[in-house]
Design a protein around this ligand. Sequence first.
Ligand SMILES: *Cc1c(COP(=O)(O)O)cnc(C)c1O
Length: 380
Amino acid sequence: MNDNTSAQQLVRQGILNIAPYTPGKPIAEVAKEYGLDEIIKLASNENPIGSSPKALAALGDVSNTLFQYPDGKGSALKAALTEHTGYAEEWITLGNGSDEVINMVGSAFLNEGDEVLFSDYSFEVYSIVAKAAGATIVNAATFPGDDQARPLGQDLDALLAAVTDKTKLIFIANPNNPTGNLLLAEPLKAFLSQLPKHVMVLLDEAYYEYVEADGFESGLAWLREFPNLIVTRTFSKLYGLPGLRVGYGIAHPEVTGLLNRIRQPFNVNSMAQAAGVAALTDLEFIEQSLTVNKAGMTWLTGALEQRGLQVIPSYTNFLCIQVPLPGKDLFEALLKRGIIIRDLTSYELPNYVRVTIGTPAQNETFIDSLDAVLAERGLA
Ligand SMILES: *Cc1c(COP(=O)(O)O)cnc(C)c1O
């Protein structure tokens, strides 16, 4: 950079339009700021019972091999995923979190001027990836918040109507974050079959393990029929391993081969690979996690509805709740009481908050504190 140029002038088009991702507030930071000993974090959809013990046990063996590079092909984890998904390794892309796979898809397929389409209230990472590539974001409206059947649900007809000659990539999270909504198999497949051939679809199944619903299917079953479809999944949610950063994408071998060209050679570290293999077989932990989540979901939903609050029916490990004060104010008031939730102002849902389903004790503390805040403001 000489005297006349600033980094802002040199940076690629699109980067200046990106607002940095807002992560959930870290526990240590909140504890220090408010002088609190105990903090409950219900902001990042982490598994409240921790990590898969089998995965943690697998880490011990790996510590002796950290002087070596990881397996750049991720053969053992891919083999385990083949067992888990039925897809051979040429269909599998491993990522440093599924965020990295989403990012690879953007880098591989998006040109400047391409349109990237997704519904309002979609995961923030999609817009970061689209903007970084200089693509144009097109948003489709969802069903309204007061829709009886699917409040804020993704509207596939609206998405289809927004497809143009320039549409290159559509992002759909199923279930969706931050709303928790679900799309059923039949309409989603019908949607896919109506798309023109020049459109890729990334179906983000970060929460699919939590879904219990008649008529739901993972998109994995449709990959042979739709070679333009990419399904991503993660070890960060149900398996409780977000700190290790490991996720995967499954797609037609031609797509997978293209992603592999831009993949950093050692993108998934040795510990993450070993933990992933072990976590897939930790059926006891998986079952326990699902049980805690389901019970928490029932209890929390009941408690919130009793207080007259609207809860969007959730198929995930979190609830999206309409609140009678700005979500940001509720976030701050709860923060002072040692509870971190997610306000959805950055998702343009200023009157909603997202709360991860915690342990029974965490859920009760959250509801007690919510009661206190609402009473304080005369809203109870
Ligand atoms: C949490 C989440 C992810 C990704 O998480 P990684 O930790 O990067 O695997 C992806 N999509 C959605 C919708 C999520 O909520």
